[in-house]
Ligand binder design. Structure first.
Ligand SMILES: [Zn+2]
Length: 142
């Protein structure tokens, strides 16, 4: 919304300058095209479509979070069966519950940790401190 307000203001000023003959229409068109290209870059960056959050990273992170949720759900199910609410749950029991031989590898090369019941399962890649959680390799408590 703020970008729109600034754009309207700039357009009004430029129109005024053209009208008063300070700027030629040709100059303004070139500058406007440059500004538009720049704005597109800023918008892309703000929406997470720019550097750091490439679609393949987002897809890999989504797969990673899916796996983390499966691991965490299995860990809690095993603990519940034993009426356990804190501490560690044996990895073997969690794998047996899932029907897995071992923990899979994260699609981005991270490794998974079961952690205790006080801390959700995690990927070694984790989060990257950006505003978007889309490319983060972590799940929240639920
Ligand atoms: Zn991961």
């Amino acid at each position: 919304m703020r970008i729109a307000a600034v754009a309207i203001l700039v357009a009004a000023v430029v129109a005024g300058l053209i009208y008063s003959g300070v700027l030629s229409r040709h100059e303004v068109e070139g500058a406007a095209r440059k500004a538009l290209t720049k704005t597109e870059g800023v918008v892309q960056e703000a929406t997470g479509g720019y550097h750091g959050e490439l679609p393949q990273n987002v897809n890999a992170a989504a797969k990673c979070r899916e796996t983390l949720k499966k691991i965490e759900a299995a860990k809690r199910a095993v603990a519940q069966k034993k009426s356990q609410t804190v501490g560690t749950v044996p990895l073997k029991e969690v794998l047996d519950y899932l029907g897995w031989q071992k923990l899979p590898a994260c699609p981005s090369g991270g490794t998974y940790s079961l952690n205790t019941l006080e801390r959700v399962a995690s990927c070694s890649i984790g989060g990257n401190q950006t505003a978007s959680a889309e490319d983060d390799h972590m799940i929240q408590n639920w």
